[in-house]
Write a protein that binds this ligand. Sequence first.
Ligand code: GAL
Length: 417
Amino acid sequence: MSKSKWYSLTTIFVIAMLALSACGGGAQKVEVFSWWTGGGEAAGLEAMIKVFNEKNPNVEFINAAVAGGAGTNARAVLATRLQAGDPPDSWQGHAGQELIGTYVAGKQIQPLNDLYESEGWLDVMPETLIPLISQDGNIYSVPVNIHRANVLWYNPAILEANGVSVPTTMDEWFAAMDTLQAAGVTPLALGEQWTKMHLMETVLLGSLGPEKYNGLWDGSTDWGSAEVKGALDNFQKILGYTNSDSASLSWQDAAQLVVNGNAAFNVMGDWAEGYFRELGKTPNTDYGWTPVPGSVGIFQFLSDSFVLAVGAPDEEGAIAWLKVAGSKEGQEAFNPVKGSICARTDCDKSLFGEYLQSAMDDWASDTVVGSLTHGVVANDSWKSEIDTALGLFIQDGNVDGFQAALVAACASSGPCK
Ligand code: GAL
């Protein structure tokens, strides 16, 4: 082969390779990390991925979800990856202390002010949410939803058959559960440990009220006080109404006990509604809802918010994903399935079912407080100390010891220094 022929063949080859890599063939891809693999959750994510794929036909979407409710497993896997310098492009975080105290503090995520500007998000995201995802004038992450934590789900037929009305106060709830227990019905369905923390935070709220509950997280409520002792006594009493196999049940397993008629109540965030719908259950027939007793008029919230990694392998792909996550179309596809309301304020209400429409009304008019289990009010180290204390308490049932450990946790990782 002549030299010039060889050169031109080589040139053609190089051009062909460049063209191939530019026009698809997985050239661009985005890896998005979450824990939405289970009932109700995966379907919501899939609905948003569909919007993404329609808008970005040349970007490969890699769904790197790790199973386990509330991110208990996923967050451990993520931490290992971040430590190894192998971040996914984007991941699910929680607005509030989890985001600020962990990912921003660790310089693991990038500010998105430009994106907020170009997408006009400051006009459509709730004012209450922006400070929870901001530090020093920088906005980190894109909130995709608002979930409610303090929901008591119930089986209407079981309540009716036992002459029990829907409780609104702690005392009414105890009386209802006494009646159900005496009738041989499991009063309250419960699952693995994080669901116990979830139950605990709602009982703290229902027992203390919103101001004192908020004070737990800013240091103005004394964790060692008689009121907190009273709330923990309530929590201990409530644990006595639950199924004995809770440790081995996921949140879906526990929620399902209610809609299958095997338990009367379950306290769970409103992602349970997405699951009930996926199971083909009918609102107000197969399941009813009310705020956790004592917390009527209070909306204990959390928000799933997607971040942009520092060192994202495909930053362009990640931005394309975040644009969908923050868009009206993306949020309207995701939230009605996921069992949450949009973070955006301009979603079409008629796309949502009865429960979520009621959640929208409550979000607009209730007193809003944040969730512990889902990252709003405490940073990861404080939350993990509370979790350790809770684990011991579940074993030994010693309220005084538990309270002392909670006092110590606030002093070492919280604002009670
Ligand atoms: C929460 C998350 C919700 C839902 C729930 C159960 O932490 O914010 O979106 O996924 O866990 O897994």
